[in-house]
Design a protein around this ligand. Structure first.
Ligand code: PLP
Length: 361
């Protein structure tokens, strides 16, 4: 029986990439050492990190005036690093309150003495629709923080908010490389790798040149300018995670790039949403236009039935469907590496469950 991993993160990686890691683990490029054992200052690793950056630049069409930085500390550290590096003029940012990760970002910005204006909030509709600025954005703000994909709530921005001259800073942790965005629409993009790119331990930061160099006396490990100057090797970078992410980037290129993967992601998500929308047992609460292609939460409305759904799914090889502890129910994460066959298997299982549990609602 094939198994499919619907975890929200760390999450499924492309099977050929895992196989390649396994095959070349004992001796990386005939070095008789594994990738975990070579120096980050070696020519071997230089090639790994340079190719990873170039492949990322190719895939996202990153303009030359943007730097690509390889950080540790997860998406969460960027909630601190972004205000420290970019909110230097007025220590004042705007934020769209689209759910859990957006409010975590607001908390962390406030901890480093940044004032956070909530420009719009989805709280009133329980985050089932995306907030946009309720008024024209104050042009004195240092930037506006946006969570492009809300991993827990299952919403995703395809239409970006208007912010005028104020740069958008995007937390793309859970839909990074899931569809094309125009990098020029952002002052900065960041993403923890373990959702849609590779193993945990790596965070990508893409930042426009002119936003760098305005902060003084930052801790070195939080300093974008320093990381840019040192090409992300101020200290030891997460060598293995960069290597694995690099393989995923090559796999993505071989899939046809971001337009091709976005089409597939739409089809995969469409399969599941179409099923949920006609189901009499399962529902997804999100406004159709705002639905995520990456994370699909759904419920039966009865916690005991939800539990039975999850237990049965596990027996059928459909793993990690338990919803986030904050919202309960189920959540299927359909990242790039989830094959269509996995989504079909999930829909078949849910259909079958519903048929055999007609009496429950
Ligand atoms: C998972 C996630 C984070 C936090 O990531 P860590 O790498 O665990 O710090 C932040 N933002 C979004 C949108 C996420 O999905």
């Amino acid at each position: 029986m094939p198994t499919y991993n619907f975890s929200a993160g760390p999450a499924v990686m492309p099977q050929p990439v895992v196989a390649q890691i396994q095959a070349e683990l004992p001796s990386f490029h005939d070095s008789q050492m594994s990738i975990m054992e070579i120096s980050h200052r070696s020519a071997l690793f230089d090639q790994v990190i340079n190719e990873a950056e170039q492949d990322l630049r190719d895939l996202m069409q990153i303009p030359d005036n943007y730097r690509v930085l390889f950080f540790q500390g997860g998406g969460t550290l960027q909630f601190t690093a972004a205000p420290l590096n970019l909110a230097t003029k007025h220590h004042h940012i705007g934020l769209l309150d689209s759910g859990h990760w957006a409010s975590r970002a607001a908390d962390e910005a406030q901890r480093v003495n940044t004032t956070v204006d909530i420009l719009g909030s989805g709280a009133a509709n329980h985050f089932t629709a995306l907030p946009y600025p309720e008024q024209p954005v104050d042009q004195q703000l240092d930037y506006v923080h946006l969570t492009t994909n809300n991993t827990i709530e299952g919403t995703m921005y395809t239409k970006l908010p208007e912010t005028g001259r104020v740069p958008l800073v995007a937390d793309m942790s859970s839909n990074f490389l899931g569809q094309p965005y125009n990098v020029r629409d952002f002052g900065m993009i960041f993403a923890g790798a373990q959702k849609n790119l590779g193993p945990a331990g790596l965070t990508i930061v893409i930042v426009r040149d002119d936003l760098l160099g305005h902060a003084t006396n930052l801790p070195s490990m939080l300093d974008y300018q320093l990381f840019a100057d040192k090409r992300s090797m101020f200290n030891t970078p997460p060598v293995f995670a960069i290597y694995a992410a690099g393989l995923v980037l090559k796999w993505l290129k071989a899939q046809g790039g971001l337009k091709a993967i976005a089409n597939r992601n739409q089809q995969k998500a469409g399969l599941l949403y179409d099923f949920l929308d006609q189901s009499k047992l399962f529902t997804n609460p999100v406004k159709p236009a705002d639905r995520s292609t990456m994370n699909v939460p759904f419920v039966t409305g009865d916690a005991a039935v939800d539990q039975a759904v999850i237990a049965g799914a596990t027996e059928h090889g459909l793993l990690n469907l338990k919803g986030h502890r904050l919202v309960g129910g189920m959540r299927a994460s359909l990242y790039n590496a989830m094959p269509q066959a996995g989504v079909q298997a999930l829909v078949d299982y849910l259909e079958n469950f519903e048929q055999h549990n007609k009496g429950v609602h």
